[in-house]
Ligand binder design. Sequence first.
Ligand code: ZN
Length: 388
Amino acid sequence: MRFETWYKHNFEDRLSGRYITLDHIDPILKSYSRDFEVSSIGISEEGKNISMLRIGTGSKKALAWSQMHGNESTTTKACFDFLKFITQNEQFSEEISAFLNSYSFYLIPMLNPDGAKRYTRENSNMVDLNRDAQDLSQNESKILRQAFHDIEPDLCLNLHDQRTIYGLRTGLPATVSFLAPSADEQRSITASREVAMNHIVRMYNRLEKLIPGQIGRYDDAFNINCVGDTFQMLGVPTILFEAGHFQNDYLREQTRMYIFFALLELFSISQESNRQAVTSAYEKIPENMVNFKDIIISNIRLEDSENSTSLAIQYREIVRNGEIQFIPQLDFIGDLSTFNAHKHIDAQHKTVLVNSQENIKIGEKIITIQDKYDRNNVIYSNNDPFSL
Ligand SMILES: [Zn+2]
């Protein structure tokens, strides 16, 4: 509770929303140059600076990188919340000095500044850096590998966001998911994997108390082109973090807090969970499923058909005037009974017009869905404040 209270009043409010670029983090990094070693470790394909912070002087070395995928900014926000936490000295000073004395934490807050600016997963050459671990064809990939070689970390944190389509068997969204990536095709439990699993179990136990049923585990199929799998293969415990959707939190201001708590637990700052975690407990963490749509409209009749069906809408995220806009698009028509929705609408078997027309195509932007025979009855509208 003490940590929650601190967070509510003190998180890094200079960063908010989904669109986080170098312009947002640079001034904050500057302000930390008094507290930590902040260095430039290279430039992106478009010539933007890639920075790394070194926090603490301890013998355990952890290397973390966020925004390897440019449009995945939640963990970046959480890292800056964490920096704010460890630089204050009004509270938790004992825990913080224990962390600073035991860890040297190397943080690359934005590995892909070009993708961040464009709000794309890929870098400026449209290369997915998380599939470039063998080719090392891009500056950003080389910079990360160089840092990995220079630092020789004991632990790596690969920080990402996941889409709103992920959920769990609980019917709840996967707000936070983890993976201890495999080190080989056989998915063996290597020594480094076991270390990663144990850390994950501790973070899972901690978060389960805050968001029960909303924490998942990713599929562990081995892919040598992924950075996490490669580092695990090289014998360094590596953890994939995936920040996901929390109810009504499309801007991921709530999710960032859970990532912050996961970091506190990881670095043993907030010791509230069972320390006796074992690898078998990792297998018990529920697996992530693709079982969510942003919006499902059920019992809807299209083109005067006899039977009602269901329709799914997914948001496409675009940058406009420096903000992310969520554009609703038709995603699927048909049986959606195995899916959950972040918002559910019952069309009560009305025959409808979509965007004032009878015919709609998958991928089309949805502006309104109205009752065909009573147009004042608006079943869905893009102006709905709920749909952002
Ligand atoms: Zn990612």
